[in-house]
Write a protein that binds this ligand. Structure first.
Ligand SMILES: CC(C)(COP(=O)(O)OP(=O)(O)OC[C@H]1O[C@@H](n2cnc3c(N)ncnc32)[C@H](O)[C@@H]1OP(=O)(O)O)[C@@H](O)C(=O)NCCC(=O)NCCSC(=O)C[C@](C)(O)C(=O)O
Ligand SMILES: [Mg+2]
Length: 349
């Protein structure tokens, strides 16, 4: 653990000074694409206009013999395009893989000025963040970058979950954390083979009303990911960084995807991953507050004046604490309205 005095000092001579606060830009969806897949890559310039974050994926879902093509593809795409306000991220290969060192060296040297965030998979503890932190500082200094590239960790091992608070606090470079439900399920020996989402076997059953144990008992499916997401949200919030739900692998089930994303939104996540174009609009809908919630938030904040005391609005008590809840909603709406003219009109902001 570095001394508090040294925490915000660059880790290499000439590297950019770390930010004290993580900028909160609209981050409703992290759209994954494989830069070695020509069909997908061709769609990127158009998709970039619709998403908050575009992520060139180099890790899982990219075939072993395509790792180098994916890395080079991302370099070419970043050099050939200006994505404007849309953030450009990458997910590099895991730290124990034969590709990650070249991923980091190539990407920072070639397109470091265009990359906002590097996502690091299978982070197990603060030591993984420290390794990447120092290496990035050296590469940033060598590339003459003026702005620090941030780091995002994926929570996808039991050890990572056990250390999530230390991971979130490991460096001022930490931007956020995503849930990685597939690797995490394998690491924990959970018995779901799905990529995120619920499972029909994970349920609570209503008590029997008579002797018949089988008939007339409602079942309520439970959320397998509730504990992990809630713990990740707390770890992120206490360190001023941003939590994200990860992937939802059942691309066809757009209804359950929306439900899972909404659970994460309500618990405090700022966005989720979109693996397929069909999931972009789902994330946009879910992670943008409804115009009704924004209108209500405005009424409460206005009625509360300096934010103290208690008032009645539509039969409900509002006070200092509920005013803060509504400010959270309103601040998000304002940030999204700046990016999205349709939302600005819907929110009347
Ligand atoms: C699911 C797949 C195979 C279905 O791909 P498809 O081609 O079968 O689907 P489609 O419906 O036929 O596609 C329609 C069109 O959209 C294109 N397309 C399709 N997807 C995209 C995309 N993302 N971005 C841009 N374009 C896309 C596709 O190329 C096609 O173009 P066409 O009309 O010209 O033929 C495909 O969508 C895909 O490969 N998506 C990305 C998968 C990915 O990145 N997985 C890794 C993240 S999840 C993960 O790693 C787990 C985690 C966190 O680590 C852990 O829990 O442990
Ligand atoms: Mg994974």
């Amino acid at each position: 653990m570095r001394s508090p005095r040294a925490f915000f000092r660059p880790l290499a001579v000439g590297a950019p000074v770390p930010n004290v606060d993580i900028p909160f830009k609209p981050s409703r969806m992290i759209h994954f694409f494989d830069p070695s897949n020509e069909k997908m890559a061709a769609k990127v310039p158009d998709i970039a206009k619709k998403v908050d974050i575009l992520l060139g994926n180099l890790e899982d879902a990219v075939k072993t013999d395509k790792k180098e093509a994916a890395r080079q593809g991302l370099v070419d795409i970043a050099k050939a395009n200006d994505f404007g306000d849309t953030q450009l991220w990458t997910r590099v290969n895991s730290l124990d893989s034969p590709w990650v060192l070249d991923d980091l060296i190539t990407l920072v040297s070639e397109i470091g000025d265009k990359l906002d965030v590097i996502m690091v998979p299978k982070v197990e503890g603060p030591q993984d963040i420290h390794y990447v932190d120092r290496l990035l500082a050296q590469l940033e200094a060598r590339a003459g970058l003026e702005r620090q590239i941030l780091v995002h960790a994926i929570l996808e091992t039991a050890e990572g979950v056990a250390n999530v608070e230390e991971i979130a606090a490991a460096s001022p470079r930490m931007q956020g954390i995503s849930l990685g439900p597939a690797d995490l399920a394998a690491s924990r020996r959970m018995k779901t083979a799905r990529v995120g989402g619920g499972h029909p076997g994970y349920l609570v059953r209503q008590d029997p009303t008579g002797d018949d144990l089988t008939e007339g008992r409602a079942i309520y499916q439970q959320d397998l990911w509730h504990y992990t997401i809630a713990r990740m949200v707390d770890a992120c919030a206490m360190n001023g960084i941003l939590p994200f739900y990860g992937p939802f692998g059942d691309i066809k089930d757009v209804v359950a995807c929306e439900d899972q994303f909404r659970n994460a939104f309500l618990l405090g996540c700022v966005g989720a991953w979109s693996l397929h174009p069909v999931q972009i609009d789902i994330a946009k809908k879910v992670f943008s507050p409804s115009p009704e919630d924004v209108a209500h938030a405005k009424r409460v904040v206005e009625a509360m004046g300096d934010g103290s005391g208690a008032v009645m609005i539509d039969g409900k008590m509002e006070d200092d604490a509920s005013c803060k809840q509504n400010i959270v909603m309103l601040d998000l709406a304002k940030a999204l309205a700046e990016r999205d003219p349709e939302l600005a009109a819907a929110y009347d902001l």
